[in-house]
Write a protein that binds this ligand. Structure first.
Ligand code: ATP
Ligand code: MG
Length: 584
């Protein structure tokens, strides 16, 4: 395996950014989650509810008038809500649900853009004891139908345009009893269907105080369907207990402090958008920005400048797009308030970590977790030296391992299955309607993440690839990430996806699909040059044997490269479940 060609980024002086000290994993030997549980507020009846921890505990205390949510709409609208106001809105929505007969354990789904009402409804659902299921608003009718039918949701909260988009599937949703329509600021001129409920009318009738259902820490709170990168999306169910790890990692891995203005760019349709776009900042009592608009490099930098964002959590695809937009763009904005930036969702190429340093003045801190883990499991903390390309070290209280196919731990430096010792606090507690798949993920005393990784002598974890994507070429196991990272170091390459192509002699050969940066034309000469470039960085056996130029890589709606689709297309095989595929 080749070592990263990037230099380690030295540990910052502890006082440089007032970083949370002692989160160098090496210093955390003794750890007990119970200490963290006692930092939660708990319900008066002894139960635990995420909405209480995120909203009510602050509304009932000294942060009542602190801004919880700064909302910037896609048309430049601005609304601010304090924790006190968030409590009132979420209480009202819980009362709306109660009046509709919603009970503990019922599923209430959200199919909305990032409007403040999405956040009110979300926590109202939790207060009512129900399970919230957010769906990404860019989904077409089929993915919505699959998830609504699978979950048996009784209520859907949506908006007029999205309601029209899925009109054809509504008659097929036999469990659905009510549709609540949010016509924000009367944006949509069409009247609300008389069979639907008007959000604002219902909220207007609802009492503004609600006594939170006394949920236990083990009750279900949220279900998220996975991204569908490797196959059919699975409905991972989480418990209220996850709050403790979301709270802790907000401090440790995102370095959230009292005065921060935090921005998480993920949509609540994905787990990052709820665990870190709702729970982590608000359990820590931190003000956060919600930006309704989509990605545009200049618009994103402008958000940071305008709202004086200090902590920014985003994803590799977005960072690669920012890199593609050029280094001049960030220079036009005042980004001096930023003090910590982090990334999750896919492997973060070392190139992107280092680019952060030069373009915005600090490296991106990669962290690893998945829908199933509910919260960050492995991270580059603010207080730790970064090895670009590594996803850091496990958080305190979480044991990660690298095992072979017999579940034996392998030595440092050897690739294997990335596994987790079960029963971390934010562990998922089921795949909805699929207990056999759930059970199959626990083997040999470990939870199998489905990812391959290795750990180095200093305890840093390095992502190799998804188990399904690892390439076996002439007896070598090759992780696509390493090859992709080498490819994008070439100035012409914006994005790369690497697959194993069956080969009669080598079993598989490495094949790369490459999207070029603006200003580069595809040519045989460029292809050869890129191949040479990668061969020099990696060994010949690992470098791609074939490179195809494509305009852009197929991605999931959450922005992940779908290597299985590149492979299916290359081999002329059926494309499988593509309900999560992003459309151009
Ligand atoms: P599906 O399970 O449906 O195939 P998915 O695994 O992409 O989809 P998510 O739960 O959204 O669904 O993504 C988690 C996965 O994303 C991880 O298992 C890992 O493969 C990848 N990932 C997340 N963060 C990182 C990271 N920092 N480095 C490398 N890979 C990451
Ligand atoms: Mg997965």
């Amino acid at each position: 395996m080749t070592a990263s060609t990037f230099k380690t980024i030295e540990k910052p002086a502890i006082d440089k950014f007032d970083v949370t000290p002692n989160l160098d994993r090496d210093n955390v030997r003794e750890f007990d989650w119970q200490d963290l549980y006692s930092e939660l507020d708990w319900l008066p009846g002894g139960g635990l509810n995420k909405a209480h921890e995120a909203i009510d505990r602050h509304a009932n205390g000294s942060k009542r008038d602190k801004i919880a949510l700064i909302w910037e709409g896609k048309n430049g609208e601005r609304e601010d809500y304090t924790f006190g106001q968030m409590k009132e809105e979420t209480d009202k929505f819980a009362n709306v649900l109660k009046s509709l007969g919603i009970e503990t354990g019922d599923r209430v789904f959200l199919f909305m853009d990032r409007l403040p009402e999405l956040y009110f409804a979300f926590f109202g659902i939790l207060k009512a004891g129900a399970i919230a299921g957010p769906l990404f608003s860019a989904f077409g009718p089929d993915p919505v139908k699959d998830r609504m039918i699978d979950s048996g949701a009784k209520v859907l909260v949506t908006q007029p345009d999205l309601r029209r988009k899925i009109a054809g599937i509504i008659p097929e949703l036999f469990d659905l009893q009510h549709i609540i329509i949010v016509n924000k600021d009367g944006r949509d001129p069409a009247p609300i269907d008389t069979q639907d409920l008007d959000y604002y009318a219902e909220m207007g009738k609802a009492p503004s105080e609600f006594s939170i259902v006394n949920t236990s820490q083990y009750d279900y709170s949220i279900m998220h369907y996975t991204s569908g990168t490797t196959g059919k999306p699975k409905g991972a169910v989480h418990r209220h207990q996850a709050a403790v790890q979301q709270y802790a990692t907000g401090k440790w891995a995102l370095d959230l402090h009292e005065d921060d203005i935090y921005w998480c760019t993920a949509d609540p349709g994905w787990v990052t958008g709820t665990s870190y776009g709702m729970m982590a900042p608000w359990t820590n009592g931190v003000t956060q920005l919600i930006y309704e608009g989509g990605f545009r490099a200049s618009a994103w930098y402008e958000q940071i400048q305008k709202h004086k964002v200090t902590v920014w959590y985003t994803a590799p695809t977005a960072i690669r797009m920012l890199m593609k937009a050029g280094d001049d763009v960030p220079k036009r904005y005042d980004l001096s308030t930023l003090r910590f930036t982090a990334s999750v969702g896919e492997p973060l190429n070392p190139e992107a970590v280092v680019w952060g340093e030069s373009a915005i003045g600090m490296p991106f801190h990669d962290n690893w977790w998945q829908t199933e883990t509910g919260a960050i499991m492995c991270a580059n903390y603010a207080s730790m030296a970064i090895k670009p390309g590594s996803m850091g070290k496990p958080i305190p209280g979480v044991e990660l391992g690298i095992v072979d196919d017999n579940f034996e731990q392998v030595p440092a430096g050897v690739d294997g299955n990335l596994v987790v010792r079960p029963n971390w606090p934010s562990m998922f507690h089921g795949y909805w309607n699929n207990s056999s798949m759930y059970n199959s993920r626990f083997k040999g005393g470990w939870y199998m993440t489905g990812d391959n990784a290795r750990v180095d002598e200093e305890g840093y974890f390095w992502f190799v690839g998804r188990s399904d994507d690892v390439i076996n070429t002439a007896g070598h196991l090759v992780g696509p990430f390493e090859v992709e990272s080498a490819l994008i170091e070439h100035p012409a390459v914006a994005e790369a996806g690497v697959i194993g192509k069956p080969d009669p002699i080598a079993m598989e050969v490495v094949k790369a699909f490459v999207a070029l940066n603006d200003g580069y034309e595809e040519s045989t000469q460029l292809r050869n040059e890129i191949m040479r470039f990668v061969r020099e960085k990696l060994s010949t056996g690992v470098a791609p044997r074939e490179i195809d130029f494509i305009p852009s890589l197929p991605k999931t709606r959450s922005g992940k490269i779908m290597r299985r689709l590149l492979k299916a297309r290359e081999l002329g095989l059926p494309e499988g479940d593509i309900s999560g595929l992003e459309e151009d």
